[in-house]
Design a protein around this ligand. Structure first.
Ligand code: GDP
Length: 206
């Protein structure tokens, strides 16, 4: 059983400012709506319905927190980029997101999910830059990798690795597919580092 399959629903918060328990270590997942964030979380945790795919564009979404073990959490941030969301709401969300990235002590890494066919839209770039400026490591995960043939996939990966140099921070890029499970070991390995897990952590005591 993988460590990540132990994830259970922990809590929901209507807003980042309502997140409590700033202890231990958490890793946040963010992306444009439809980027494949829920699918990636469900694939990582080997659970079909842990993260729900949102069917109602523009609806206020909760932040969902999943616990792996006491003081180890995955935070599912609401998808962004809906054209129909009122500007005032967007501004408010961006402000609280910026604050979360800067002030949350337990936050040790940010996974930004982007469709491999069109990564680095404006808000993706803003988010990565805010995280870098806050001193956080970022994993840019290029999702739905199965949608591209291998040549094109490699080309997109190389392009993305070149593009992230501009952020001047700790930004890693990997491809990922919820369909083929390609990229799961790479994602797990980075999360292991951020969550300060070491080889043998999951082994049973003798
Ligand atoms: P979210 O809004 O970011 O949580 O995105 P979802 O996980 O709900 O995925 C959005 C759409 O993309 C859904 O129709 C998924 O079935 C599809 N999708 C997500 N991941 C993959 C993937 O790895 N491969 C393929 N082919 N489709 C995917």
């Amino acid at each position: 059983m993988s460590y990540y399959s132990k994830a259970t629903f922990f809590t929901s918060a209507p807003d980042i400012s309502h997140l409590k328990d700033d202890t231990g270590i958490e890793v946040a997942f963010a992306g444009r709506s439809n980027a494949g964030k829920s699918s990636a979380l469900n694939t990582l945790t080997r659970q079909k319905n842990l993260a729900r795919t949102s069917k109602t564009p523009g609806r206020t979404q909760l932040i969902n927190v999943f616990e792996l073990e006491p003081d180890r959490r995955l935070v599912d941030l609401p998808g962004y980029g809906y054209a129909k969301v009122p500007l005032a709401m967007k501004v408010k969300w961006q402000r609280s997101l910026g604050e979360y990235l800067q002030k949350r002590k337990s936050l040790k890494g940010l996974v930004v999910l982007m469709d491999i066919r069109h990564p680095f839209k404006d808000l993706d770039q803003d988010l990565i830059q805010w995280a870098v400026d806050a001193g956080l490591p970022v994993l840019a995960l290029l999702t739905k990798a199965d949608k591209l043939k291998s040549g094109k996939r490699k080309e997109q990966l190389l392009m993305a690795r070149e593009a992230v140099l501009a952020f001047m921070g700790d930004v890693t890029v990997h491809t990922f597919s919820a369909l083929s499970r390609q990229g799961v070991p790479e994602l797990e390995s980075i999360l292991d580092t951020w969550l300060e897990r070491h080889k043998g952590d999951e082994s049973e005591p003798a």
